[in-house]
Design a binder for this molecule. Structure first.
Ligand SMILES: Nc1nc2c(ncn2[C@@H]2O[C@H](COP(=O)(O)OP(=O)(O)O)[C@@H](O)[C@H]2O)c(=O)[nH]1
Ligand SMILES: Nc1ncnc2c1ncn2[C@@H]1O[C@H](COP(=O)(O)OP(=O)(O)O)[C@@H](O)[C@H]1O
Length: 223
């Protein structure tokens, strides 16, 4: 994989729209570093620190983590990536986060997954997650080889507590109120590219083609 210049992308979409699934494909095909805000938060919760308890309370209620706490965590990890190209998944989720990101980095493109809410609700009840890596499975769409265990490490998978139906409803409300304005923010800057559909496998070829056009200087990863 040969990268000619630094490329920074954001992937957005409501909870369950396939951000993690598509991110995995993008990093495999284009070799970007991947940073997921949800994965960072869940790792902090696993560490059972005082901060982890605060984060868990927000997430389990389907609320966003306060902007200042989230930004501190994400910028620490972004700075650690130095001069690499990256794909940011789950951040920004508020206009204030988007402005903070703009102050620190140039965002080249924003990939938005536009998936209907009724499809999402059904997906999330079947989501199984490998917490240490953030790999996601679905009992319908991409089941693990052995039920309940991660394909690569053999470690157990968990169902996220915030994937309970009533919490999903709250997360979708918070998406509409707090995150949809971020789409308008990026649209007005001319960097938003939306992909609509109900199946990741049908949306993916369009995203792949778009990124190939956007990144003519990046060779596809053959590893
Ligand atoms: N049925 C179905 N499930 C999907 C599809 N794409 C992703 N999923 C599953 O839907 C759930 C949510 O996807 P995920 O990538 O975690 O979405 P995110 O919350 O936006 O990061 C996971 O269990 C995925 O395996 C699809 O096209 N069809
Ligand atoms: N940028 C963010 N700002 C505030 N809270 C966040 C952010 N990213 C994630 N969270 C919190 O973590 C939860 C899980 O996020 P994530 O794993 O990205 O969910 P999903 O992949 O289902 O959209 C969110 O519901 C929210 O409570």
């Amino acid at each position: 994989m040969v990268l000619q210049r630094i490329f920074r992308a954001v992937i957005m979409g409501p909870p369950g729209s396939g951000k993690g699934t598509v991110s995995e494909r993008i990093i495999k095909s284009f070799g970007l570093q991947h940073l997921s805000s949800g994965d960072i938060l869940r790792r902090n919760i696993e560490a059972k620190t005082e901060l982890g308890l605060l984060l868990k309370a927000c997430i389990d209620q389907g609320q966003l983590v306060p902007d200042d706490v989230m930004s501190r965590l994400i910028f620490r990890d972004l700075r650690a990536l130095g001069q690499s190209s990256w794909l940011l998944d789950g951040f920004p989720r508020t206009v204030s986060q988007a402005e903070a990101l703009d102050d620190a980095f140039v965002v080249d493109t924003v990939v938005n997954l536009d998936v209907p809410f009724d499809i999402i609700k059904q997906r999330l009840t079947c989501r199984w997650t490998h917490l240490p890596s953030g790999r996601v499975y679905n009992t319908d769409f991409n089941p693990p080889q052995v039920h309940g265990f991660d394909d690569l490490t053999g470690e157990p998978l968990v169902q996220r507590e915030d994937d309970l139906p009533e919490t999903v409803t709250r997360r979708l409300k918070s998406y509409e109120n707090q995150t949809e304005p971020v789409l308008e923010y990026y649209r007005s800057k001319g960097v938003l590219e939306s992909f609509s559909g109900t199946e990741t496998n049908k949306i993916w070829p369009h995203i792949e083609a778009f990124l190939h056009r956007k990144l003519p200087s990046i060779n596809e990863n053959v590893a």
